[in-house]
Design a protein around this ligand. Sequence first.
Ligand code: AMP
Length: 115
Amino acid sequence: MSEKTIFQKIIDKEIPAEILYEDDLCLAFRDIMPQAPTHFLVIPKKEIVSVNEIEESDATLIGHIFSVIRKLTQDEGIAESGYRVVTNCGTDACQTVPHLHYHVIGGRNMTWPPG
Ligand code: AMP
């Protein structure tokens, strides 16, 4: 059996995190190294490595995650000012944790393109 990822350990409450939202399908918590005044992650509880492993049958789950993102951006007060939703997939994109996660970043002006 492969070793648990850090995010699986957060799901299983083996390591602490500042949890913003949780339900049967997903979990949202603040990023430990925030890149902006608001920076949280939303992850499925299902073990999905990255966008590459999303299946057609995950459509409801992924849609639900975006509905949670919308709710949390309102709670965090960044819905109107704007924010970025980022998912890094694979080596070139600097994905460091092999469990699908959506970064939600806001509360400051950003530049484009990303580095
Ligand atoms: P990525 O580089 O896209 O795979 O993003 C992984 C993110 O997880 C980074 O922004 C890290 O700061 C964040 N991270 C790693 N460990 C933890 C943790 N224990 N609690 C919260 N965020 C974490």
